[in-house]
Design a protein around this ligand. Structure first.
Ligand code: MG
Length: 378
């Protein structure tokens, strides 16, 4: 299988490289796209020998061109799109962070290249447009998010589904008070109990906005109404998600918490292969599995996402833009963790929703919202 990785130096991208290295007979790397971590990218180039490489800036592109004169070096958002639409690929992995994923995903779909999608913002911003494009071109979108990977595996007959059950670890503040959450430091918030991930998604996991984004992602991926998607907190992160059928049977996907497994399945689908994490699941070692309802007073971002999803139009893109910018401000210690919720809620309230928006309208509202958040005074 010929594949390219967009976002190869991030958390998902690095784990994908580990998966690919384990199966050299199965995979051939066409292109690698990294951000600003040039040292990591350099290592990956030597290891995987790609034909094309894309970096964020022209400066870094010139640097790599000197070191690797035989490789085609591209840069910026346009470079990403070039790489995504290269029909040499059988499949691309989109594991860039935030809104950067949208355009390359659409470019791949338009060229009938299957997409293993780790970037949930793409579907939150423009899920209707992206899924319609996949359908028109008969191209697959394979979810990398562990919950959606689980649901993908549990779905046998979509017509007989009663509801989807998306599990959430609950993040670092599951047992903390609202006051504790309001006063949380960046360091505390970045300390996730179960998953080791990039910074943006780790903050989203602490506010449960990540779970809200996943609800919208699931709505689009599996064409499921919002009242048939349930979020359940499951701190052990063993049950990755489940599907309930009309007869009351529930099929769940279980495994030790590791992103290698869902990444691998999205890349090898429809095949299963022995891989980097191949070890037997031990029910005795798992000891116990707990489940509880999410506390919406402590984690109101989850409610915002359900509201944005149900309203549709440009509102999910506005929510996503406001949240993403607010997360950056929190990481830069300019606002509190709770302000992320307050800013996002305010941007959603002030937005005049556009129903059935075009891609241009979505991108315009994304930009307007980001500017508004940056100029906000609290
Ligand atoms: Mg997830």
């Amino acid at each position: 299988m010929k594949i390219s990785i967009l976002g190869s130096t991030g958390s998902i991208g690095r784990q994908a490289v580990e998966v690919i290295q384990k199966m050299p007979d199965f995979f051939e790397i066409v292109s690698l796209c990294g951000g600003n971590n040039i040292d990591e990218l350099r290592k990956q180039i030597k290891l995987l020998n790609p034909k094309n490489v894309c970096v964020k800036t022209e400066e870094n592109a010139l640097l790599l061109k000197k070191e690797f004169p035989k490789i085609n070096i591209l840069y910026g958002d346009e470079g990403l799109v070039e790489i995504a639409k290269d029909t040499t690929n059988d499949r691309i992995l989109v594991s860039v962070s935030g809104k950067t994923g949208l355009k390359p995903t659409l470019a791949a779909l338009e060229n009938k290249i299957d997409v293993a999608l780790a970037n949930k913002e793409t579907l939150v911003m423009a899920g209707d447009i992206v899924m319609a494009r996949a359908k028109e071109t008969g191209t697959k979108i394979l979810p990398v998010d562990s919950e959606h990977g689980a649901i993908h595996q549990c779905l046998s007959n979509r017509n007989e589904v009663e509801k989807l059950i998306i599990t959430a670890s609950g993040g670092p503040f599951r047992n903390k008070s609202v006051e504790d959450i309001k006063n949380a430091t960046v360091e505390e918030t970045l300390h996730h109990p179960r998953w080791n991930m990039g910074k943006k998604i780790t903050i989203d996991s602490a506010t449960l906005m990540n779970k809200g984004l996943e609800v919208i992602e699931a709505h689009h991926l599996f064409n499921m109404p919002y009242d048939k998607i349930q979020v359940v907190v499951h701190p052990q992160s063993i049950v990755h998600s489940a599907v309930e059928y009309v007869d009351g049977s529930v099929i769940a996907q279980l495994g030790f918490p590791s992103m290698h497994i869902p990444i691998q399945y999205a890349l090898t689908y429809p095949h299963r292969r022995e891989g980097i994490e191949t070890r037997s699941f031990d029910f005795i070692k798992a000891l116990r599995l707990d489940f509880e309802a999410p506390d919406l007073d402590k984690f109101p971002c989850l409610q915002l996402a359900f509201e944005a999803g149900k309203q549709g139009g440009t509102l999910p893109a506005v929510m996503n833009a406001a949240n993403e910018e607010a997360v950056f401000m929190f990481l830069n210690k300019k606002i509190s963790l709770w302000n992320i919720y307050e800013i996002t809620k305010r941007m959603m309230e002030e937005h005049r929703n556009i129903k059935n928006p075009s891609l241009e309208e979505i991108i315009e509202q994304d930009i307007i919202t980001r500017e508004k958040v940056k100029s906000i005074s609290l």
